[in-house]
Ligand binder design. Structure first.
Ligand code: ARG
Length: 588
């Protein structure tokens, strides 16, 4: 379905042509002065130079060609030569009717369906999730849903950090504590136990302990490196232990991500490409892409146009060990071999931008990807506390994601039960849903690349630009709709009417922006555009609601028209929040 601005522009372009002017001057935009008009066209101003004529004369000529227009209700030429425009209520109604009957409210499917991979989440096995991982999960999930809605094939991959020194550290610490474990007996040839020799909470405590020890004790670190090497070279007991670590950790991660309403199509990790690294390395050497520099194997990636120093991309360390780079490159190779995506989008902390620049250049130079493959780095900013510093616990430690979610659920629960009688269980359930909207909307309403302040009081407020405000509005609509049904009304039999008040017209105008908004949210990987749209839409709805007697309206047709508008509003809002990754409760 055509975007409303395109339909309107077309009408205006025809008028310019009819009046004897260049068609392209007829481009219409939203009004800069909503107090004066709904849309505007500045074409006569540009036309003045072209035709050596006063802009107001041109504007008047054009306006007189539009007196019979079915699109414009009023076309006013104002000094020095602007065209102030308002659209016909019948035209607006028809546009909304078309949206209503379209499954995607007027969003068009792409001419070419692309396969897009999204690399997001990126948690590290056996390390607790912290707030940095929260942003990747929230933003990645949303852009996955947006691209899918836009009609593309989208595959989300969590890209677990499951293969580095951290695994060796855990194994080393386990051996310190339980040296008798069968996994450490090199002579053992039997089956290993099915039950892991630790729980998730032990695991999460083991890693920080081991990491601290390795920083103080060189021989401990040596052992951890040796354990990493043994694991990576396939020593049976180490692999079996590692499998336990992965499965205990992944079970816990799945629970955490499910609470966030985040899901992944692929649960691959760095370890999955271990076996293809040697092949990739020889390919890079044989084709002359990689060379030895100070013992390490590197690929030069600097370019003449660089304004800053871009260091070479290191493929293997001097001891032959692979690095974070190596697994990312091998993962690109594997993704190209198996899925062949048109684009890979990485949703990672923006402090890794130089790193990804190197990896992308290296992948292009070594032809791991085709020239057409798009590699996109979507770097996000830091989530700060109210003091403007990276978000910490009250004691100053790293804030665990679970703790943050519990805090916000608790805060929401308090707000919901404040001065009200609500059943405990229902209140808890609602608090969880609303709290998720608070966290996600608080994050997504900012441009991803910017740092933002995580302000629990503001985010959980029912007023202002917040998730709870959006949900509150949806719930308000739902409650009117159920009242209508309870009074014998049939939601399937209502039809949109023409706007009767400025507030109703304004609400209808806000709704029409949906398809253009979705297109730009997709093209610019910008969920914040959805937030801005639904915030405006909710404001427009609420001022309509305050001005209009809906349930007490006596004219049944008028009333049914309001109800039809409410249904469309609800559906668009619920679709939009689903694209942001949260949902609305029935009541709150
Ligand atoms: N595990 C990494 C971290 O916690 C993030 C992974 C990002 N994705 C990637 N393909 N490198 O910092």
């Amino acid at each position: 379905m055509k975007k409303i601005l395109d339909v309107i522009s077309q009408e205006m372009e025809e008028a310019f042509e009819k009046a004897g002017y260049e068609k392209s001057l007829g481009k219409v935009t939203l009004s800069n002065r909503p107090d004066l008009c709904e849309y505007q066209c500045n074409g006569a101003m540009a036309g003045a130079k072209l035709y050596h004529k006063a802009p107001l004369m041109i504007a008047n000529d054009v306006a007189s060609c539009l007196t019979e227009s079915e699109v414009f209700e009023s076309v006013e030429a104002v000094a020095p030569g602007f065209l102030n425009l308002n659209i016909q209520k019948s035209f607006l109604k028809e546009y909304l009717q078309k949206m209503e009957s379209d499954r995607k409210f007027g969003v068009e499917m792409p001419e070419e369906k692309k396969t897009i991979m999204i690399d997001y989440g990126g948690p590290n096995v056996a390390k607790p999730l912290h707030v940095g991982h929260l942003r990747s999960a929230i933003i990645g999930e949303s852009i996955k849903r947006i691209a899918r809605y836009k009609g593309h094939e989208v595959i989300g991959d969590i890209h677990l950090g499951d293969w580095g020194l951290q695994m060796g550290l855990i194994i080393t610490e386990l051996q310190e504590r339980q040296p008798q474990l069968i996994y450490f007996d090199d002579a053992y040839e039997g089956e290993y136990p099915k039950e892991p020799p630790f729980t998730i909470s032990e695991l999460e405590e083991i890693y920080p302990t081991a990491s601290a020890k390795s920083k103080e004790d060189a021989s401990y670190k040596e052992r951890a490196m040796d354990a990493t090497f043994k694991l990576q070279s396939g020593v049976r007991g180490y692999r079996a232990l590692w499998n336990h670590i992965i499965s205990v950790s992944v079970t816990d991660l799945k629970k955490n991500y499910a609470n966030l309403n985040v899901t992944f199509d692929l649960w691959k990790g760095e370890s999955d490409v271990h076996d293809i690294i040697p092949g990739m390395v020889s390919y890079m050497k044989d084709n002359g892409y990689a060379h030895i520099s100070e013992g390490a194997l590197v690929v030069d990636v600097k370019e003449e146009t660089d304004t800053k120093e871009i260091p070479p991309c290191m493929i293997l360390k001097s001891d032959g060990a692979s690095l974070y780079n190596t697994t990312d490159l091998a993962t690109i190779m594997e993704r190209m071999n198996t899925i062949r995506p048109d684009e890979i989008i990485y949703v990672v902390d923006k402090r890794q931008s130089l790193y990804f620049e190197q990896v992308f250049r290296c992948a292009r130079k070594t032809k791991l990807v085709t020239p057409e493959t798009k590699l996109t780095f979507l770097g996000f900013g830091t989530m700060n506390g109210k003091d403007g510093k990276p978000f910490k616990t009250r004691e100053g430690g790293v804030m665990r994601l679970e703790k943050l979610i519990t805090d916000i659920n608790e805060e929401m629960y308090k707000k919901i039960t404040d001065n009200r009688e609500v059943e405990e269980e229902e209140a808890r359930e609602t608090a969880k849903i609303v709290a998720l909207s608070a966290v996600k909307y608080g994050d997504l309403s900012n441009q991803a690349s910017k740092d933002y302040i995580f302000d629990i009081d503001r985010f959980t407020s029912f007023e202002g630009d917040t998730g709870p405000y959006i949900l509150y509005t949806i719930v308000r609509i739902k409650s009117i709709l159920s009242k209508y049904q309870n009074a014998g009304g049939n939601l399937a039999q209502v039809a949109l009417g023409e706007a009767k008040t400025p507030q109703e017209k304004n609400l209808m105008l806000e709704i029409t922006k949906f398809n253009a908004m979705i297109d730009s949210a997709y093209e610019e990987t910008a969920p914040h555009k959805i937030c801005a749209y639904i915030y405006d839409l909710c404001n427009a709805f609420n001022s309509f609601y305050h001005e209009t007697k809906i349930m007490t309206e006596e004219d049944e047709e008028k009333k049914a028209g309001y109800i039809a508008l409410l249904i469309l509003c609800r559906d668009i809002l619920e679709t939009s929040i689903d694209l942001l990754g949260f949902s609305a409760p029935e009541r709150m």
